[in-house]
Design a protein around this ligand. Structure first.
Ligand code: A2P
Length: 287
């Protein structure tokens, strides 16, 4: 009996707000949220981690969308927007997060462990979806920090490969250690049974580091403007082509603004779910 009680009481440990499974279920029911179990946690650095939860059976989403996720906070859930990093066909949901010491949610979320439960909202939304882009030839996905998350989803959606001939992901971070998913994007995806073949000679991963040693240093915006990016990946022109190029942007507010300014100057037009364009953008949410 004592053992049983103990196992129920640890469904959500103290660092995550102590709650029993039945309390969490009751809150999820009242607030119309899913309650899902954590099945994998990976810490990249002191400030970055990823985790997976079981996918609620009835949750449907389009690759690139985000949901609200969170924990019990007293008598209500504390929720924040998180892009889903896994593709829409995957059986789990993956998230990529910063750990902020003073962050109301991430200061607690970073203690997640396998077997804990989190809330997930029922209606995924977002603009970083293939449907918000007009048909094109090349798809550029330009990210800073955890803005990479939605692109990990879009990259593994078969629709992306049907609609685009070439796919380029850029990821700009401060320090090399923050290049989360680097091994996945450089090596593992090429060894994947399905994507290895699909991406062969059609996919470029372009990481840049702004505050430490690395082979490609500096902000992606500066490297595009200077022509280094075009030269490095053998593009014939260092301007985006509004007829053939489509761009997805996800990062900090300042980064998004700067990228949007550059894209508009190159003749690209922002797309929306009900009105596709040549580029789309969304702020990387938490952090
Ligand atoms: P920098 O180190 O030059 O500020 P953060 O950790 O602050 O979210 O930033 C993530 C990465 O995004 C950093 O490498 C940062 O470069 C870069 N960055 C921030 N603002 C911009 C911007 N306006 N344009 C391009 N890159 C940016």
């Amino acid at each position: 009996m004592a053992e049983e009680l103990k196992s129920v009481a640890t469904e959500l440990p103290q660092a995550l707000g102590s709650a029993t499974l039945s309390q969490l279920e009751a809150m999820a029911e009242t607030k119309k949220l899913f309650l899902t179990k954590v099945i994998w946690v990976h810490h990249w650095t002191q400030g970055l981690f990823s985790f997976r939860v079981e996918r609620p059976r009835s949750l449907r989403f389009r690759s690139g969308e985000f949901v609200m996720i969170g924990l019990k906070d007293g008598d209500k859930p504390l929720l924040r927007a998180y892009s889903i990093a896994s593709p829409s066909w995957e059986e789990h949901l993956e998230f990529f997060s910063v750990k902020v010491r003073e962050g109301p949610l991430t200061s607690r979320l970073q203690h997640l462990d396998v077997g804990n439960y989190i809330f997930v909202s029922k209606k995924p939304v977002g603009t970083l979806i293939i449907d918000a882009l007009k048909p094109g030839k090349r798809l550029f996905m330009v990210a800073t920090g955890t803005g990479l998350a939605p692109f990990l989803s879009v990259l593994r959606d078969p629709e992306t490969h049907e609609k685009f001939e070439e796919i380029i992901i850029t990821h700009t971070v401060r320090e090399q250690e923050e290049l989360a998913y680097r091994n996945f994007l450089e090596t593992e995806i090429h060894d994947d049974e399905i994507f290895g073949e699909l991406l062969k000679d059609r996919f470029t991963y372009y990481p840049t580091v702004t505050r430490g040693e690395f082979q490609t240093r500096g902000r992606i915006t500066n490297r595009i403007r200077s022509g280094e990016f075009a030269a490095d990946i053998h593009l014939s022109n260092n301007r985006f082509n509004p007829i053939t190029d489509r761009v997805m942007v996800c990062g900090s507010m300042a980064f998004n603004k700067e990228m949007a300014g550059m894209l508009e100057a190159h003749g690209l037009v922002e797309g929306h779910n009900n009105n596709p364009g040549s580029y789309v953008l969304e702020r990387a949410f938490v952090g």
